[in-house]
Every structure is written in C-alpha cells, then in structure tokens.
Design a protein around this ligand. Structure first.
Ligand SMILES: Nc1ncnc2c1ncn2[C@@H]1O[C@H](COP(=O)(O)OP(=O)(O)OP(=O)(O)O)[C@@H](O)[C@H]1O
Length: 217
C-alpha cells in the first residue's frame, strides 16, 4: 500500500542543505497499522508529507497504492490523495463555513464515493449525531478531532495518514479518540501510518518503527 525505497530529502537553509531523510526504506501492507516514532525534528512529518504526495523526494522512490508519486504531476497527486488517502493532522483543518454533517461528507463527495448509510453510522459512532447541524467552532477540541477523523474515513480510504492526531487533546479525550480511530480503521480495512511521540498511542498498532538520523532503525 505504501513503500519508501532509499528515500532522501533535504531542505535548503541559509546554512546549506539540511539532510532530513537519508535513505528511508519502509513497507506498509494493505490493512496494516504502523506507528512512526522519533525525536522532535527527526523528520516524521517530512516522511508523512512525502507519503501524501504533498512533497517529492530528492532521490529514491515513494509508491502509494502501487504508483510512484514522482511519476505523477501535481494534478495526479491531488487525485491520488482524493481517491486513495485520508489525512488527519493535529490541527483539525475543518471547513468553518460548513456544518458538521457537510464537513463529514466533504471528502467522500470529492472522491465521488458518498455512502449515506456509512456517513450516518460514522456520525453516530463519533458521538456527533446531536451536533450534525452545528459548525466546527461550536464543537469542543475532541469533537472537532472526531469530526476530522470521520471526514477522512468517510470515503473508506485505502490508506489513512495521521500526524499526532491526538496531540492537541487531554489524555482521557485522546484515549477515547484513539480507540475510536482504531476501531473505524479496522472496519474500513484502511492501512494506517500514524506519527506519534507517545508509546502509549503506538502500543495498540500492529508495528512501531523509529526514525533516527534520517533512517528507519
Ligand atoms: N520547509 C522547511 N525548510 C527548512 N527546514 C525544514 C522545513 N520543514 C522542516 N524542516 C526541518 O527539517 C527537520 C525535520 O522536520 P519535521 O517537521 O519533519 O520533523 P518531525 O520529526 O515531524 O518533528 P516534530 O516531532 O517536532 O513535529 C527539522 O529540523 C525542521 O526544522
């Protein structure tokens, strides 16, 4: 579902190139869940951006659902994101002018895969049923993140990419949101790549890898 082969990525800085990834190899099978850990600044978000096709590797290959992202143009990568990926970030990135229900359906509509029964089930399971006509600013942080998760999973993406999805929430809300995310991922059969600092968050996933000194250890 996701493969990194000898991936290198550097950023230009005033002091010269900053080599962040220096030969990353990674394979994630369909339906598998993987936690990616590592010290702050080691390149976890960089790796996730490459997996999402939001950025391109300098060298090496990133393949998503069998397609090399470097071989796709901007529009092709956007289509791949729409049709294959779900993205959940620490900041929820909800659309403020849309209701809870319309936010939830948005991604599935864009992917041309709206499933009303599944959307209705998601709203229930995410505890948002009574809030469907509200707007994001009228929700708590935990509710906003549950909505962001529901929006990402409404099209049943083959791969969900999550960057510290519970990083903004208090511990008990984070546990609840994580349990829900994992249960929904199991039901959709999506593969999951999740960046986290927390061993507790990583524990229930199938595998956990450490990124250090630009490589997966
Ligand atoms: N656009 C950029 N230009 C220059 N340097 C960057 C850029 N984006 C990230 N970096 C640097 O690259 C390194 C890796 O950043 P990245 O955000 O991938 O790390 P991270 O492991 O996700 O960190 P954290 O756990 O703190 O979120 C850091 O040193 C960061 O300062």
């Amino acid at each position: 579902m996701l493969e990194f082969r000898q991936v290198h990525k550097a950023y230009a800085t005033p002091l010269g190139p900053l080599e962040v990834l220096t030969g990353v190899n990674l394979t994630l099978a369909a339906g598998e869940s993987l936690a990616l850990m590592g010290e702050s600044g080691c390149g976890k978000s960089t790796l996730l951006h490459l997996a999402a096709g939001l950025d391109l590797p300098d060298r090496g290959e990133v393949r998503v659902a069998g397609r090399a992202i470097s071989s796709l143009g901007e529009a092709g990568r956007a289509r791949l994101r729409r049709e294959t990926l779900g993205l959940v970030f620490q900041q929820f990135h909800l659309v403020p002018s849309l209701t809870v229900l319309d936010n939830l359906r948005l991604q599935a509509r864009l992917a041309g895969r709206e499933d009303r029964a599944w959307s209705a089930e998601l709203v229930e399971r995410l505890g948002l049923a009574g809030l469907a006509r509200r707007y994001p600013e009228q929700l708590s942080g935990g509710q906003q993140q549950r909505l962001a998760i529901g929006r990402a999973l409404a099209p049943r993406p083959a791969l969900l990419l999550a960057d510290e999805p519970t990083g903004n929430l208090d511990e008990s809300t984070a546990d609840e949101v994580l349990d829900l995310l994992l249960a929904l991922v199991r039901d959709t059969g999506s593969a999951l790549l999740m960046v986290t600092h927390s061993p507790r968050v990583a524990a229930p996933l199938d595998r956990c890898l450490q990124l250090s000194h630009g490589r997966i250890g």
